[in-house]
Design a protein around this ligand. Structure first.
Ligand code: ADP
Ligand code: ADP
Length: 223
């Protein structure tokens, strides 16, 4: 991203959510974004996804300018967005249906992913039968089914208890190293950012800007 500015036309007038943001993320890198509420973290993520359009500046992913929603990436939000009337497995398979991928192959992949997050015995369970942490794991599996090169995560573990969060962090790091995935990860937790990331982007609000970028050089399970 270079010189990226985003201005919303809100009901109370214009809001400059981001001003002149420059950010260069390398392939395979895990980048966390920290900062107080309203500093533009979610806006940054939505711009990267192509679901939101910038006011000024350039954004490219994999060398290609973003002009429309990019279906090659995975997104996970703070609250899982599973369909109540579909089982865990069928929620993951939505990805395959949307892409018209071969269903048998997708099923095998989905079962592998469920095994990876220790939910192999819950493929037939419906969302209301699963805990918050389990539902979030299903959401992560769904975002991973098509093996995205880029994963965008907006406080994916924010609503979870500490034990579930610790387990999911480790699951995520393992998946990242196995797939050489690039991850853009929003969090409110400094320790989570330090544990997971190669670099931490610290933002400040009004207008949203990058205050600093910190390199983290710690041995990690994925190395
Ligand atoms: P958080 O602080 O947890 O990151 P927010 O409450 O800032 O989340 O934003 C949640 C969602 O509401 C975002 O998708 C954002 O685009 C939208 N949003 C935030 N502020 C406004 C606003 N003033 N007007 C309309 N939508 C907004
Ligand atoms: P964060 O994720 O860091 O909490 P956001 O990206 O949600 O921050 O919001 C950044 C700023 O932009 C906030 O002031 C928010 O109110 C504003 N904003 C976000 N989305 C909208 C929107 N759709 N309309 C108007 N203002 C918005």
């Amino acid at each position: 991203m270079s010189g990226v500015t985003k201005v919303f036309n809100g009901r109370k007038g214009k809001v400059e959510a981001l001003r002149s943001v420059d950010l260069d993320i390398r392939r395979g890198e895990f980048v966390s974004v920290l900062g107080p509420s309203g500093c533009g973290k979610s806006t940054l993520l939505m711009l990267l996804s192509g679901l939101l359009s910038r006011t000024e500046g350039n954004i490219s992913v994999g060398g290609k300018d973003i002009t429309k929603p990019n279906s090659d990436l995975g997104i996970v939000f703070q609250q899982d967005v599973l369909l109540d009337w579909r089982s865990a497995l069928d929620n993951i398979l939505i990805q395959a249906e949307l892409r018209k991928s071969p269903m048998e192959e997708a099923k095998a992949k989905a079962r592998n992913l469920l095994r990876m997050v220790s939910l192999q015995d819950f493929e037939d369970a419906y969302p209301h039968e699963l805990s918050g942490g389990m539902r979030q794991r299903v959401s992560i599996c769904r975002a991973l089914l098509h093996e995205p090169d880029l994963m965008l995560m907006d406080e994916p573990f924010g609503a979870l208890d500490a034990m579930t969060r610790d387990q999911l962090q480790i699951d995520l790091l393992r998946l990242c190293s196995e797939r050489d995935m690039t991850v853009f990860f929003i969090t409110h937790s400094i320790s989570e950012a330090i544990f997971l990331s190669d670099r931490v982007v610290v933002m400040t609000p009004r207008p949203g800007r990058i205050e600093r970028i910190i390199d983290i050089d710690l041995p990690r399970p994925r190395r």
